[in-house]
Design a protein around this ligand. Structure first.
Ligand SMILES: *Cc1c(COP(=O)(O)O)cnc(C)c1O
Length: 379
């Protein structure tokens, strides 16, 4: 069994994907061009926003969003403490300071209450030299952050919301899709993300014409009206036509995959013994894209031991994430003054199980039953 079986998906989509890739190779147009523009249109339509600007990867999409919003030195950006490093890395890369906010242990996402507390604290006690600018919300494991509350907080404190939907593409609150909740939405097409290509890729989404233009310029060396009238210091962060062609094929079956993966998640939640472990919670009216299915183990269960026993039965598991951002070596200078107890506890107790749209019911049964057996016989 594989944690995320990308080969199974390829075998099903082999014919249209091979055809699309061959077409690009015969066309001789490899970077940007009409395939990429077509994809940007399809993605914007899918999300329900005016502009999609593709780029080289999800990390760059966050960097480009921060640059387009003029966030840099002496600025503060609030980020959840429990996420992949790239969320905060982009903030540091523009020279701003990330402030780590604790998460809600039920949803794994940034806690609106802790966010409000942290903002108030900085407003009262900040040294006055730094500007509070933005919040980067993360749709962790596929579930949208609590945008109803977060947008209200952002508005009250004059902060911009940037949505990191690298794991949340395809999720929604009611009928509103991920990547549309912030002033700019960012996503990744890394192969293991909900909508993955066969290499690196990413995109930004916005309804703002001027921000979209700035992102288009920045991703291509800060170009002006022409390619060689560079106006700003940008970077080279373009999507290639082969990835765009692959994504276009995958997008055509994406909604079916989201339905399938939701079915898998429901089955897990029904079968796993929730008197011992905590199964993932989805807020009412929220629909996850299930980038991960993550359980929380109680103190009595030794996680490493469980992982080894599962591996013995050929069931792969992962720990997303083993270390809170504020304790990572790269951020050691902040370690002493941040406390995020929920994030720290999750890092010690979470376990992510195999999940993808092509996992079979039989495989889910095997995983759930094996876990139940091990945890029931524990101690
Ligand atoms: C994967 C990921 C990113 C970065 O995307 P890449 O395409 O790998 O650069 C950023 N944020 C989160 C939450 C992610 O999971």
């Amino acid at each position: 069994m594989q944690f995320r079986d990308l080969k199974r998906q390829y075998n099903i989509l082999k014919e249209p994907i091979n055809k699309a890739v061959t077409e690009v190779m015969s066309s001789g147009a490899f970077v940007m061009g009409s395939k990429v523009e077509e994809l940007e249109q399809s993605l914007a339509e899918y999300v329900g926003v005016k502009h999609c600007v593709s780029c080289a990867n999800g990390t760059d999409s966050l960097y480009l969003a921060l640059r387009a919003l003029n966030i840099g030195e002496d600025d503060i950006v609030f980020v959840p403490d429990f996420t992949f490093f790239a969320t905060a890395e982009a903030v540091s890369r523009v020279g701003a300071q990330p402030v780590f906010v604790d998460v809600d242990p039920n949803t794994f996402n940034i806690s609106p209450e802790k966010l409000e507390e942290e903002i108030s604290l900085w407003e009262e006690t900040g040294d006055g030299c730094q500007d509070l600018k933005a919040i980067i919300t993360v749709d962790l494991f596929g579930q949208p952050a609590d945008y109803i509350k977060i947008q209200e907080i952002a508005k009250r404190h004059g902060l911009v919301v940037i949505e990191d939907a690298a794991q949340g593409f395809g999720s929604r609150i009611g009928e509103q899709k991920a990547c549309s909740f912030g002033t700019i939405g960012c996503t990744s097409f890394f192969p293991a993300k909900p909508l993955g290509c066969y290499g690196d890729g990413g995109a930004l989404f916005t309804n703002d014409d001027s921000l979209a233009n700035t992102c288009r310029s920045l991703r291509q060396h800060g170009k002006g009206v022409s390619k060689y009238s560079n106006e700003k210091i940008g970077l080279n962060s373009r999507l290639d036509a082969i990835q765009a062609a692959i994504l276009q094929v995958k997008l055509s079956v994406f909604d079916q995959e989201i339905v399938a993966v939701n079915h898998i998640a429901e089955l897990y939640s029904k079968l796993l013994d929730d008197s011992i472990i905590t199964i993932p919670q989805v807020q009412e009216g929220f629909h996850s894209s299930w980038a991960q299915y993550t359980i929380i183990l109680p103190d009595e269960i030794n996680r490493e031991d469980l992982q080894t026993k599962l591996q013995g039965k050929k069931i792969p598991t992962q720990i997303y994430y083993p270390t809170p951002l504020h304790l990572l070596p790269a951020y050691h200078k902040y370690a002493t003054w941040y406390k995020c107890p929920n994030s720290l506890s999750l890092c010690q107790h979470v376990l992510s199980l195999p999940i993808h749209p092509y996992l079979t019911e039989e495989e889910v049964n095997i995983v759930a039953e094996t876990i139940n057996k091990i945890i029931r016989s524990n101690g």
